[in-house]
Design a protein around this ligand. Structure first.
Ligand SMILES: CCCCCCCCCC(=O)SCCNC(=O)CCNC(=O)[C@H](O)C(C)(C)COP(=O)(O)OP(=O)(O)OC[C@H]1O[C@@H](n2cnc3c(N)ncnc32)[C@H](O)[C@@H]1OP(=O)(O)O
Length: 220
């Protein structure tokens, strides 16, 4: 197996391939605050015991808000750039469903270099419920896919998940801190082989491996 990791400082700028790229620091604080509020609202709605009149009034307010905000939509695929603590430039998608900074559905999972790969902490609220009190297996797979995809990007740019294999070792609890880790285990031609885990209290609840296949970006 050949491990030939391209330095991340050489990652291409998505703007060169026609993507809209905004600086993460330039995202309006009011918009980030709104995202947080909507995330809280979604969790509240999923569990509210408010009476019918209150629900009807809230529904009208939310419909009105949606109409007010549905102006000048950002194009699908809008990306953000940010300077990582080690000075390199990271890219991501603003509306990514696992960790996009503008997606209220995304649990706030921030993955950072940890010396071996990437790691991040996240606590999933009841919005991500599958079995009673437990995280949905699809979300577990989604978080692993994201962590594996992001770490694959550190090995030479854009890639897509060709194969994802997840083993669910223990139930993953809601409302409890989880650690997500990922690393590159090999690079073979266009394939980037990656592995990762989700832990609670240091114990692995789920682990995954993936084959990410490097893709050519439009115009490259
Ligand atoms: C910086 C931002 C970071 C963002 C992170 C985001 C994380 C989220 C990741 C995702 O969710 S990606 C979305 C889900 N995945 C997809 O939609 C991919 C859909 N599939 C495809 O587009 C194509 O099948 C794919 C690009 C993966 C491969 O097609 P190709 O025609 O380019 O590949 P090809 O058939 O030439 O095979 C290239 C190599 O990959 C291998 N391969 C292809 N499919 C495979 C497979 N399914 N399993 C294992 N290996 C596979 C294949 O054997 C070969 O290996 P070798 O070099 O050893 O010959």
């Amino acid at each position: 197996m050949t491990v030939d990791v391209q330095p991340v400082s050489e990652l291409p700028d998505p703007a060169d391939f026609g993507f809209t790229v905004v600086e993460r620091d330039a995202l309006p604080t009011e918009l980030l605050a709104l995202v947080d509020q909507v995330r809280t609202l979604a969790d509240t709605v999923a569990h509210t015991g408010a009476d019918a009149a209150e629900l009807a009034a809230a529904s009208r307010v939310v419909a009105d808000l949606s109409e007010r905000l549905d102006v000048r939509r950002r194009p699908l695929g809008t990306m953000f750039s940010q300077v990582a603590p080690d000075g390199r430039i990271d890219y991501g998608t603003v509306a990514n469903v696992v960790n996009g900074p503008l997606n209220p559905i995304a649990p706030p999972l921030e993955l950072r270099p940890d010396g071996e790969g990437l790691s991040g902490e996240v606590t999933l609220v009841g919005l991500y419920e599958g079995p009673p009190g437990l995280v949905h297996g699809g979300w577990i797979a989604a978080m692993l896919d994201q962590a594996l995809g992001e770490v694959a990007a550190t090995a030479g740019g854009a890639s897509l998940t060709a194969n994802l294999d997840v083993n669910y070792r223990k139930p993953t609890p809601l409302n409890a801190p989880l650690t997500v880790t990922s690393r590159v285990t090999g690079v073979e031609r266009r394939k980037v082989l990656v592995s990762g885990e989700i832990r609670h209290n240091g114990e692995i609840t789920a682990e995954g491996t993936a084959v990410m296949v490097k893709i050519a970006l439009p115009g490259s």
